[in-house]
Design a protein around this ligand. Sequence first.
Ligand code: PXP
Length: 244
Amino acid sequence: MQKTVLCVNIDHVATLRQARGGIEPDPIEAALVCEDNGAAGITVHLREDRRHIQDMDVAGLRDVVRGKLNLEMALSDDIISVARRVVPNQITLVPEKRQELTTEGGLDVAANKARIIEVARMFHDIGVLVSLFVEPDPRIVELSRETGADFIELHTGTYCGARGEAEVQKELDRIYRAAHHAKAIGIRINAGHGLSYRNLPPILETPGLEELNIGHSIISRAVFLGLARAVREIADIIATARPR
Ligand code: PXP
């Protein structure tokens, strides 16, 4: 049975930093904490609008990340040239719309097949693995294999948004079926989007699953795991100040 590893998506550490335009919290420091606590890799999405992760973050992460650095990116010339300079361990091609809050839907592999083949070759030439973020559909898995990509990342967002036992099971079956097909034709399997502490266990039953990319739920939980201590630290500074 395949051992599955965690890659932590740290985009939202940068989201918080960008809210003030300063230097805190630092995604580089976050990456070190993640790797020291069981993450096998770090994932970031360098978006065209640079709303969270910046070019300098990706370059800095390249210097410190010891495991896999996975760069999520659109098929855009600007981002491709940044990625070629940085040389992450893996790129994950995703669709991107400027107005969206987060990635919506999988990559349209059929419509972009020729460009994906070209980009996959370009990155293989510099030793970078290529993953495609796709809907869990055997036909799309098949097309993905034909592009020469090393991995598919199965989009788990619809499963995570499903309500009621029957709908949840239907979405899980789609994921399992797509994974079976991927295994059978020899393309490696990652998964992610919307996963949390509650909805993760059935996803771990996915055949051949190698890596999970999880971000929002980890950063959200970190707020509450850390808030008590953060408040106590500053309250202590105030409480122990000399009276004036
Ligand atoms: N995988 C891909 C391709 C994504 O675009 C994202 C969101 O940036 C994730 C995984 C992580 O999703 P979440 O933040 O919901 O865990």
